[in-house]
Design a protein around this ligand. Structure first.
Ligand code: MN
Length: 239
């Protein structure tokens, strides 16, 4: 029995539809630019270049119905509606046609972004962590076990800000499909049970303010709804 000098924090976890038990989260992978229209709005050529990835710490995870504090040090706090894939079994160098076998389920997510910090990092060739992997930056709704939702090769994905549609797309528009993304990651790292993959966002990303209500729907998965609340006052210091 391992002893620790302090109590370890419990693992991050996500609710599972129809289960009392929760899905324990290990790592969070995110695909950059995986819808052509969003690649274009970010000033990139949407051709099928190899996908690229970044990660968020599991500690960044928050529930789909959480109240999310406006984060420090940003004036461009952006939403990115995404389909999230939850890995259930190990996958190493997995062929595309077997990728589905390692999926536990899918969920609706929001890849929250401090766009100004991300843009600055891009310009300077610096890592994206400060723009992408901050506290409360990985919103994930309840996971729907794959058997209950079918293949999800198409279906509407939509984000509303205070009731107004801001992002609209279809899962069929993914440049790299769910199966391809799993296969590609698994050729570089061992995917393990508990890993989450955020599969990219459609066009229309934009900024949020304190008080804003975000609603994201994915056809077949229902809706998640979260609100942006006042910043944590402990980040306000007198220097
Ligand atoms: Mn994203």
């Amino acid at each position: 029995m391992v002893e620790y000098v302090m109590a370890p924090e419990p693992p991050a976890s996500v609710a599972v539809v129809g289960e009392r038990a929760r899905f324990p989260v290990r790592r969070i992978f995110c695909v950059g630019r995986n819808y052509a229209a969003h690649a274009r709005e970010m000033g990139q050529d949407p051709d099928r270049e190899p996908p690229f990835f970044f990660t968020k710490p599991a500690s960044a995870l928050v529930a789909g119905d959480a109240e999310i504090p406006y984060p420090p040090e940003t004036a461009q706090f952006h939403f990115e509606a995404e389909l999230v894939v939850a890995i259930g079994t190990e996958a190493i160098a997995c062929p595309v046609d077997q990728a589905r076998d390692c999926v536990y389920g899918v969920a609706i997510g929001n890849d929250l972004t401090r766009r100004d910090l991300q843009s600055r990092a891009k310009d300077k060739g610096q890592p994206w962590d400060w723009g992408k992997g901050f506290d409360h930056s990985a919103v994930c709704g309840p996971i729907h076990p794959l058997a209950t939702v079918g293949p999800l090769t198409h279906g509407r994905i939509e984000l509303r800000l205070n009731g107004e549609i801001k992002q609209q797309g279809d899962l069929s528009e993914l440049i790299w499909s769910i199966d391809e993304v799993i296969s590609i990651i698994s050729h570089s790292m061992a995917l393990r049970p508990g890993d989450l993959i955020y599969t990219g966002t459609p066009a229309g990303v934009g900024a949020m303010q304190v008080g804003d209500l975000i609603q994201i729907t994915v056809e077949g998965l229902g809706v998640i709804e979260h609100r942006i609340v006042a910043p944590d006052p402990r980040f306000r210091t007198a220097d």
